[in-house]
Structure formats: structure tokens, C-alpha cells
Write a protein that binds this ligand. Structure first.
Ligand SMILES: Cc1cc2nc3c(=O)[nH]c(=O)nc-3n(C[C@H](O)[C@H](O)[C@H](O)COP(=O)(O)OP(=O)(O)OC[C@H]3O[C@@H](n4cnc5c(N)ncnc54)[C@H](O)[C@@H]3O)c2cc1C
Length: 457
């Protein structure tokens, strides 16, 4: 069992995402070497998810949206593995490594920042054929598939194959899904200048959503603006429509449409990390009522977890896996799951752990939402900003520029900020890249081909 750290309090942080990274780096600032910090994550890096739509559109290099935990958190122990059991009654956590070893780690303070996973529905063919859009490899694969399909479609003689190759289907028109499809369409429009054999009318982007609108966080007026803009750009937006089946790459929707697609991207909602909802893997109580909070840890306003018998003094939760009261919005309201809150909650957790170590009273989390912003492709954006008591709607170039500026500011590490900016400047000078490398998923194929070709001789 990993245990004492020379008498220092040991803070164990589960998840090295927005919450985990922020909590660890802030704790180092406030408690210095008086605290031992361990961060557990199956990935040795933090992903800045708000930039994933631009990764999917080839505007940002995949590596530039990742912050390497070992580099960003010097002095902290990074454990590359997945939390497989949380035993708060014993102050221990079990971690499964890539090599199938089980580690048991004891803690004085526990921070749960395990985030969320895609929420799948029992739709035939969905699990087998769709791809999510929460991880860097998913956004990269979407970019590679779309760009490779343009090259294949320009070459094939079969019109049906060409149609399938050029049909891209996105399910879910929330912020992540709406940005993903808009950015991808913009990339294709840009790339088409290099494909004299393809015309924009050959391309079919379909966005399906069960709701009567896209971008639910926006005002009615703004939603209408975005919908109009997407439709003007040729994106087929099917509202109040369900995906009924995706078997063998054939999409069937509830409006009676049926078509073949070569890419199905699922963005229709998330649910809290399933490790928390299973009694076998966690003894922390979660919200059980049906609704948007179901499966989340119930956090108090000071971000301690509310246990079955009252607040747990040494367990904190924040971000997408926690139901955190939104004091700025009023009684009974909870913070929306976004990076804006996750990072600030991480800071509050670090400060409250510092206070607890020093015997000072904890402080409640309070943050007035700054608003929401989305990029919809080069020079196109939309957003709603909270300025004092007023809400300000912005759209077009100013919204796009503000969204980009905000995310560069929020992206961890100076080096990554610089890389993102350098990439954008390079794209301005020489246009963004049009190479898709789906072969990256099968790197041994060329070698195996050479080996087999040799055998035939
Ligand atoms: C495409 C996309 C676009 C977005 N755009 C925006 C935006 O524009 N603005 C905004 O504010 N928010 C945006 N968000 C939401 C934002 O990224 C999340 O709300 C935020 O990252 C939540 O932070 P978190 O720390 O709770 O979770 P994450 O940042 O997701 O971190 C969770 C961590 O837990 C790790 N983990 C998972 N399972 C285990 C396990 N068993 N053991 C150990 N570790 C584990 C994961 O690897 C991950 O590193 C976007 C999200 C996506 C997917």
C-alpha cells in the first residue's frame, strides 16, 4: 500500500483533467512542499476539450491541446492507471495499471475529478459504428477520416461509393456537437479548392438532434441565427428527429430518411464517470433521481462530498462528475458541466484543502457564469456574454475572435498557447493542412504488406 509521505498530508487526485490539473497545481502554490500530491489518470496528459472541434477541423495540431501532467506538475506523483475502486470508509483507492497490476493508495484528502463519459442509447449499430468526440484521438480520427474520404471519393468511379464516402453524420447539436459539425464542414469547404473533381453539392453533412433546436445554452434569437447559418452552409439539420438505427453504416432516422454514411459521430449527451455509480467500485453516494444530475456525486457548496451520514471531511468532488450548487444562479440550481466551472472549482478545492490543513474555515464555491462562446469555422462564431447584470449577444467575426482568444488564455502552459497561436498563423500563411492519415490507426500495415509480398516470391 502506498502510504505515508514523511508526515505530510497526502492529497490523492482522481482524474488529471480540468479539475485534477488545476487542483494539483494550485495546491503546490498554496502549500508548497508541505503536501504530497498524487494524480491518477489512465492518460499521462490533460486534454483541453474546448479545442477538440478545431482539432477535428485540422486547425490545431492534436498534440497542442494536451498538457503533459509530469511536465506541468513537477513534484507531484503521476500514476498512469484507472481508478477501479474508491473505499472512502478506509481512506483508500484501488488503481488498475495498463499492465493489469492493482495498486492500493491511501490518502488523507481525496479529490474526485473523474469527469464524464458519452451517454449511449440502445440504438442498433450505434456502439459498433459510431465514434465519440471527447478524446483527442477521436477528434483526430474524425479529421483523418473526412480528409481521406475526400481523396478516395475523388478517385472512385462508383457513384454510390462516392456518395457514402462524402456523407458525414453527426448526432447531437449541443455545444460540442454543434461546434464539431460546423468546424468539420468548414474544413471540407476549405479543402475542396484542391479537389477539382469534387463539388460542394457532392458533400452531405447531416446533423440530427431530438430537441427542437441546436445550441440549447443560447437565446432563442441566437439559436435561430446558428440554425440559419448551418443550413445556409448546406448542413442538413434534422430537428426533433431520432437516430433509429446505424447498422452496417446505414443510417435510419425517425423522419423516414435512410442513407449510407462513412462517418457517424455521437455527441448526444454525457453521463458521469460510471466508476462512481457502481456500488462495487465506489462507496461514495451518488444522486439517484432521474435527471441531469443522476450518477453525480452530491457536493456541498464548499465542494466536500455529502456522504450518507453527512459531509465527508476529507473528500472533495468537482467538475463534470459532481452536482455542485450554483450559488450565483440561486436556490436549487446546479453548475453546468463545463471547463469554465471545472477549473474554478479545482481552485476552490485546492484552497479549501489548504484551509482544512491549516485549521481555517472552508469557503463556498461561487462563480457567476461568464457566458458561452462557440466557433463555427474560420471567422464564424456565436456567443452570449454576461456583462454585469446584462447579457450580451455576439455573433460572427467578433464572437469567433473572442472564443479563440479566451481559449488560448485558458489553455494550460505557455508552450501550448504559443504552439496553438503559431499553428493558426501558419494556417493563415499557407492554409490548413488537407492530409488525413487514417493509416495511423494501422501503423504496421505497410510493414506486413512488405513481409507478405516477400513471401510470395
Ligand atoms: C468537444 C468538447 C468541447 C467542449 N467545449 C467547451 C467549451 O467551449 N467551454 C467549456 O467551458 N467547456 C467545454 N467542454 C466541456 C469541458 O471540457 C468539461 O466540462 C471539463 O473538461 C470538465 O472537467 P473535469 O475535470 O470534470 O473532466 P475532464 O476534464 O474530462 O477530466 C476527467 C479526467 O478523468 C480521467 N479519468 C476517467 N476515468 C478515469 C479513471 N477510471 N481513473 C482515473 N482517471 C480517469 C480522464 O482521463 C480525464 O483526464 C467541452 C467538452 C467537449 C468534449
Amino acid at each position: 500500500m502506498t502510504n505515508t509521505f514523511g508526515g505530510k498530508p497526502h492529497v490523492l487526485i482522481l482524474g488529471g483533467g480540468s479539475v485534477g490539473l488545476t487542483t494539483a497545481s494550485e495546491l503546490r502554490k498554496t502549500l508548497g512542499s508541505e503536501v504530497a500530491i498524487t494524480v491518477v489518470d489512465p492518460r499521462p496528459y490533460m486534454t483541453y476539450a474546448p479545442f477538440l472541434p478545431e482539432v477535428g477541423a485540422g486547425s490545431i495540431d492534436p498534440r497542442d491541446v494536451l498538457a503533459p501532467l509530469r511536465k506541468v506538475l513537477p513534484g507531484s506523483k503521476i500514476v498512469t492507471g484507472s481508478v477501479s475502486a474508491i473505499r472512502s470508509a478506509e481512506n483508500t483507492v484501488e488503481v488498475l495499471t495498463e499492465e493489469d497490476e492493482t495498486l492500493e493508495i491511501a490518502y488523507d484528502y481525496l479529490v474526485v475529478g473523474l469527469g464524464a463519459v458519452p451517454r449511449l442509447l440502445p440504438i442498433p449499430g450505434l456502439a459498433e459504428n459510431a465514434i465519440g468526440f471527447k478524446q483527442v484521438e477521436e477528434a483526430t480520427a474524425v479529421r483523418d477520416r473526412i480528409l481521406a474520404n475526400l481523396a478516395e471519393a475523388a478517385t472512385t468511379k462508383d457513384p454510390a461509393v462516392r456518395k457514402r464516402l462524402l456523407t458525414f453524420t453527426f448526432i447531437g447539436g449541443g455545444f460540442a456537437g454543434g461546434e464539431a459539425v460546423s468546424e468539420a464542414e468548414d474544413m471540407v469547404r476549405d479543402a475542396l479548392r484542391y479537389y477539382p473533381d469534387l463539388h460542394s453539392s457532392d458533400i452531405r453533412f447531416v446533423l440530427v438532434d431530438a430537441a427542437p433546436f441546436v445550441f440549447p445554452e443560447l437565446t432563442e434569437d441566437q439559436r435561430a441565427y446558428v440554425l440559419n447559418q448551418l443550413r445556409e452552409r448546406g448542413i442538413e439539420v434534422k430537428l426533433e428527429t431520432f437516430l433509429n438505427s446505424a447498422e452496417n453504416g446505414v443510417i435510419k432516422t425517425s423522419d423516414g430518411d435512410e442513407f449510407e454514411t462513412d462517418l457517424l459521430v455521437w455527441n448526444a449527451g454525457v453521463r458521469p464517470n460510471p466508476v462512481l455509480a457502481d456500488e462495487e467500485t465506489s462507496d461514495l453516494p451518488v444522486v439517484t433521481e432521474r435527471g441531469p444530475l443522476m450518477g453525480k456525486l452530491e457536493a456541498l457548496a464548499d465542494l466536500r462530498v455529502n456522504g450518507a451520514d453527512g459531509p465527508l471531511e476529507n473528500v472533495f468532488a468537482a467538475g463534470d462528475c459532481a452536482a455542485v450548487p450554483d450559488l450565483a444562479s440561486g436556490e436549487g440550481k446546479f453548475c453546468p458541466p463545463n471547463a469554465q466551472h471545472a477549473v474554478r472549482q479545482g481552485k476552490r478545492v485546492a484552497d479549501n484543502i489548504t484551509r482544512s490543513v491549516q485549521g481555517r474555515p472552508l469557503v463556498d464555491y461561487y462563480h457567476k457564469n461568464l457566458g458561452v462562446m462557440a466557433t463555427l469555422g474560420m471567422y464564424k462564431g456565436v456567443g452570449r456574454l454576461n456583462v454585469g447584470d446584462k447579457e450580451l449577444d455576439i455573433r460572427g467575426l467578433p464572437a469567433w475572435a473572442m472564443a479563440r482568444a479566451y481559449h488560448v488564455y485558458a489553455m494550460p502552459t505557455v508552450g501550448r498557447k504559443a504552439s496553438v497561436l503559431a499553428g493558426w498563423v501558419s494556417n493563415l500563411i499557407s492554409r490548413r493542412d488537407i492530409i488525413g492519415i487514417p493509416q495511423a490507426e494501422t501503423p504496421r500495415a505497410a510493414f506486413e504488406y512488405a513481409a507478405n509480398a516477400g513471401k510470395k516470391k
